[in-house]
Design a protein around this ligand. Structure first.
Ligand code: DON
Length: 565
């Protein structure tokens, strides 16, 4: 065993500067790191270490973010990905802002009613599992679009992921358990053997997960650029697997896929400036609506988890999510009245029927009427020594996506099609409902809730923040921000203290384990229906002090880990 591990470490060292990570496990998890020059926080300690080594070797924050995204595709296969998509929000040291959309899109053969069976029933099993659930992957196009802002050659950024896939990395007890739990689903949704299923025995802690086919896929990208994914043997493997399993993605869909740079969504909150993701993520607009609905309201002075502030925030969340269901969708396909939905008079009118001490209800609180205008995942943050900041949320949607590996290409595909509204009023896997704005159409991007965000104070980076969690993403980002800006919690507490969630429908308030019992009693007395949830979000934050000190905080809810120097 030791010889094997020694050999593995040696191979990794010989492969070059970028593979300075120790892939033998157990990996030290660092929850809070104070740093002076640069920091990375992500869902996996190996990915954070890879990001750090890129920063130390002269890469900027965008380079490190690319390397982290690609490493997560290897070491965090439940959500890290090259078979999914995501969003990158960046604030570059020269003042430029970037909102990069590499969200999946519907295949060309997709149609509005493709998940409705002959009896008229909406089939969430089709939209959530297996080949038909899969949208055209956007991640690799996104990484090359981002690379325009990087400094190091792409091959140096992808090499750590190649080495980890080729030589393997040692898995933890949790990772082994998660792979074992999903064995049945992997077997049902694949047409051939895959690296995530062991033929001989269940996975156990200390096993090495080797992904040779994924390594070969990553090498094709290294050697041929984005075409090495979208117009290569990889593309053929994806399409062959689709054809075997009844999926829709074609070679033409892959060839046509484009990542899109969009104008960033920015707005002031108190004395801060928020930079966040525009459509096709609902997350940024929901964040704007929620923050604006609570801004400078006296109830916020009563502090974190107080009955008054919590109720106000719940009602803001309810109203924002009602608007999401009606107005929001891919801006290339529907006109989303963004300015109207975040205008001060509109949001004031939305809160006019708010009654302190009395629960609202989602039967009465519908989407607002806007003036007609001439709407399983992982998150990571990076900052470098020049102050370039990057906030990325990326996803396969469900844990391990649709559970289908792209044949011999060795990577998991997404089940992002479920983020469309497959039938008006039918909830997706996160309970979100929608209508025509988010209906399926060929090449359309499905509405997201992912909210990678950067907060500026006096024009300078102050917080980099984001989280996975489906519809709880915008509410978790909202709460993490006000925990700091309004409730004056430390970044560690802002991340780790229990959160709550309301998304209009279903009309109940989810309280995370450990949330204040007295506030729960107060909310019940006001008329709220309370549900208890184990965990809400896995929020990562980098806070930047006025003197430049970086505080990178990894969420305590998972094995998330920070790194810095
Ligand atoms: O884009 C979205 O909003 C969802 N596909 C995100 C999924 C997610 O966060 C799952 N993780 N817990």
């Amino acid at each position: 065993m030791y010889i094997q591990r020694y050999f593995l470490a040696l191979c990794l060292c010989l492969a070059g500067f970028s593979t300075t990570v120790n892939a033998q496990g157990p990996y030290p998890i660092q929850k809070t790191v104070m740093a002076q020059h640069g920091a990375v926080v992500s869902a996996h300690p190996l990915a954070s270490q890879v990001g750090l080594s890129i920063l130390k070797n002269g890469g900027n924050a965008v380079d490190a973010a690319i390397a982290v995204q690609l490493t997560l595709a290897v070491v965090f296969p439940g959500a890290g990905n090259i078979g999914g998509g995501g969003f990158m929000v960046a604030h570059l040291s020269k003042g430029q802002n970037l909102a990069l959309d590499y969200r999946e899109c519907a295949p060309g053969k997709a149609s509005r009613d493709m998940y409705i069976d002959s009896t008229g029933k909406a089939r969430t099993d089709w939209s959530q599992e297996g080949h038909l659930a899969c949208g055209v992957p956007g991640t690799i196009a996104g990484m090359f679009a981002a690379h325009r802002y990087g400094k190091l050659p792409f091959k140096d950024l992808i090499q750590p992921a190649i080495d980890l896939a080729e030589n393997g990395f040692v898995i933890s007890a949790n990772e082994a358990e998660s792979l074992n739990e999903n064995k049945k689903s992997f077997q049902q949704n694949n047409t051939g053997p895959i690296a995530f299923v062991r033929a001989d025995r269940p996975w156990k802690e200390g096993d090495t997960l080797v992904q040779k086919e994924l390594a070969a896929t990553l090498k094709r990208i290294r050697d041929n650029g984005a075409k090495g994914f979208y117009e290569s043997r990889t593309a053929q493997y994806i399409v062959e697997e689709m054809q075997k399993g009844g999926g829709l993605i074609s070679l033409e869909d892959l060839k046509q896929y484009k990542a899109v740079e969009r104008p960033i969504l920015t707005f002031p909150y108190k004395s801060y400036t928020i930079l966040t993701m525009p459509m096709p993520s609902s997350g940024g607009l929901l964040l704007a609506q929620m923050l604006k609905m609570v801004e400078n309201k006296p109830a916020m002075d009563s502090g974190y988890a107080s009955g008054a502030a919590t109720q106000l925030m719940i009602e803001a969340e309810r109203r924002a999510f009602a608007d999401r269901a009606t107005y929001m969708g891919d801006p290339d396909f529907v006109k989303v009245p963004v300015d109207a939905l975040m205008s001060a008079p509109y949001l004031a009118s939305r809160m006019q029927d708010f009654q302190a001490g009395k629960a609202g209800n989602s039967k009465d609180v519908k989407a607002g009427v806007v003036p007609h205008e001439s709407m399983e995942t992982t998150h990571f943050d990076v900052i470098d020594a020049d102050g370039n900041c990057v906030s990325v949320t990326t996803t396969l949607n469900g844990w391990y996506g649709c559970s289908t590996v792209a044949g011999k290409a060795g990577f998991l595909l997404n089940n992002e099609m479920d983020d469309f509204s497959i039938k008006p009023g039918v909830p997706n896997m996160f309970g979100a409902v929608g209508g025509t704005a988010n209906a399926i159409a060929p090449h359309k991007r499905m509405l997201s809730s992912m909210t990678p965000t950067i907060v500026l104070k006096d024009g300078k980076p102050y917080l980099i923040v984001g989280t996975p969690g489906g519809t709880t993403i915008p509410t978790s980002v909202f709460q993490t921000i006000v925990n700091i800006t309004d409730f004056h919690l430390s970044p560690e507490d802002a991340v780790n203290k229990p959160k709550f969630h309301h998304q209009w429908l279903p009309d109940d308030v989810a309280l995370e384990k450990g949330f204040s019992g007295s506030t729960e009693a107060a909310l019940k007395a006001m008329g709220y229906t309370i549900k208890h949830w184990g965990g809400i979000g896995r929020t990562e934050v980098i806070a930047i002090a006025p003197d430049g000190t970086l505080e990178a905080v990894a969420d305590g809810r998972g094995n998330d880990s920070a790194a810095g120097y």
